[in-house]
Ligand binder design. Structure first.
Ligand SMILES: C[S@@+](CC[C@H](N)C(=O)[O-])C[C@H]1O[C@@H](n2cnc3c(N)ncnc32)[C@H](O)[C@@H]1O
Length: 228
């Protein structure tokens, strides 16, 4: 866990939180629109990074209250620095495995590219279940999953113990925590993979071919409900 925090604190210091926003914003916007948030709903953004998605969620419907949680203090500091007082969002330091909220506190849980960093994924999913109201739902988005073969090197290059599940493995993990109506679908970034001449390599996308393969596989969206 401390290695995950060190990594994302460093990314925040290097300004890579803004890159995450650029990379993930199209898919997140598609999913937040599909969530059809209702006025006044309370929404948890798990692994919020600099809080850009938390703020989008807060503006998706009147009176939505969005709370972002992240284990990296420097990501939370970025979220607070980027915060606008006109947006009903807040950000808290915390871990997926032990959420500091009472049972049934949230109507929805959203998580963008974060859950596979969990040290104990089963416990993290049980915590999502616990903090949701009956009838609530969770939306998990991940680019790192078994069928996306171009993501396979990530654990090695980042030096982190990432949870590599298949599409059916993700479905099973949510069912085992008690969720019902668990569905999976791939979401494709509508902007495309980008042109080769604009491409900038990093450890997760070392070549334009890798970026094209990641784009073609898409982001895995896992949606699950807590029964009424
Ligand atoms: C790849 S970043 C994604 C951030 C944000 N959702 C985005 O799309 O920009 C993953 C985030 O999850 C957080 N994280 C990873 N494991 C965590 C855990 N067990 N508990 C809380 N936060 C965690 C990291 O600190 C990091 O900010």
């Amino acid at each position: 866990m401390s290695k995950v925090v060190e990594t994302f604190d460093r990314w925040a210091e290097e300004g890579r939180d803004a890159e995450l926003e650029r990379e993930h914003s199209d898919v997140a916007r598609q999913v937040i629109a599909a969530m059809q948030l209702r006025p006044g709903e309370r929404v948890l953004d798990l692994g919020c990074g600099n809080g850009w998605a938390t703020r989008l969620i807060a503006q998706a419907s009147p009176g939505v209250q969005a709370i972002g949680v992240d284990a990296a203090p420097k990501m939370i500091a970025r979220a607070e620095a980027l915060h606008s007082l006109t947006i009903r969002a807040r950000y808290e330091l915390g871990t997926f495995e032990k959420l500091d909220f009472k049972d049934g506190h949230f109507d929805r849980v959203f998580s963008m590219e974060a859950l596979y960093y969990a040290t104990d994924l089963a416990q993290a999913i049980r915590e999502c279940f616990r903090v949701l109201k009956p009838g609530g739902s969770v939306e998990t988005l991940v680019d790192y999953y078994a069928e996306s073969t171009a993501s396979e090197p990530w654990a090695g290059v980042m030096g982190l113990a990432l949870q590599r599940l298949s599409e059916s493995g993700w479905k099973r993990a949510f069912e085992q925590a008690g969720f019902v109506a668990v569905t999976t679908v791939r979401v494709i970034d509508s902007r495309g993979p980008g042109a080769a001449h604009d491409f900038r390599a990093d450890e997760c996308e070392p070549t334009h071919a890798a970026k094209r393969a990641l784009h073609a596989a898409g982001t895995l969206r896992v949606r699950a409900e807590k029964a009424q």
